[in-house]
Design a protein around this ligand. Sequence first.
Ligand SMILES: [Zn+2]
Ligand SMILES: [Zn+2]
Length: 305
Amino acid sequence: MVSDRRWLRGNTHTHTTYSDGDSPPEVVADWYAEHGYDFIFLTDHNAMIPDSHLARVQQRGLAVWQGEELTMGVVHVNGLGLRQPIVPPPELRLQIGEENRDDRVRWAVEQILAQEAVPSVNHPNRWDALGHAELAQAGDLRLLEIANMSPEAAAANPGDLFRPSTEQLWDRLLEDGKQVWAVASDDAHHFTRWGPRWSNPGRGWLMVEARSTSLADLLGALRGGRFYASTGLALDDYQARGREIALELASGPACIELVGPGGQVLDTAVGQSARFKLPPERLPYARVRATGLDGTRLWTQPHFL
Ligand SMILES: [Zn+2]
Ligand SMILES: [Zn+2]
């Protein structure tokens, strides 16, 4: 359906009873439809919902598209918009040892791109799964989850003394010149038990600038970085042109930061809107992060200069 809204809300990481989710796709789709989402991708571990079942779930009030979370030990990569399931070979699925993480992530990205689907490298900090060295060799990984909001991953997103945050990992890839876009997602597994221990829906999402929720429109916008990631904040307007970025928040006042390479904060505004003039020195990119009073955030994609 063609939309008259600028942004469409969706979740790119959702589990069902096709793997370790606690609810069937119907329950999952109904939750997201009832909470104002326009689309979701179903991303079960090494499994895809069959076309016949998908066709029935697509009648439930939002666009539901196929995906798969290619799962190889600690390396997890979503294929969004896959047509055929991808089965990782046994040698890449090994749990023990955990060597060859760069081989695993590169293989997954290649398999997904071969189907003209969109890869998303998931929760790089969970289990210390993937660092800059592995991600730098992953090819055109395109999407990186910097805010997977399932409890264990969310605890690992900020990094620690020994590991950069997921956001710092993203900046390092951008500094390398890669076109990589930041994703917030639910990684939802639990629709029958609620609370901070469970991977519940509604904690991390994307707002996608797409004409419609057709698979082609959504994948085009995801590939092109025409979206922002959120754990609670929303935009009313956003313009990035030349050496200026201007935005208005739909939600209440926030700390709005202009971020450059290395995660360096170049400018800050407090309030409901900001108009940043980009500094005259040569910067490869700048991006915006906003943090609300309750700690929830949004991240725009980099504006390349
Ligand atoms: Zn995962
Ligand atoms: Zn998952």
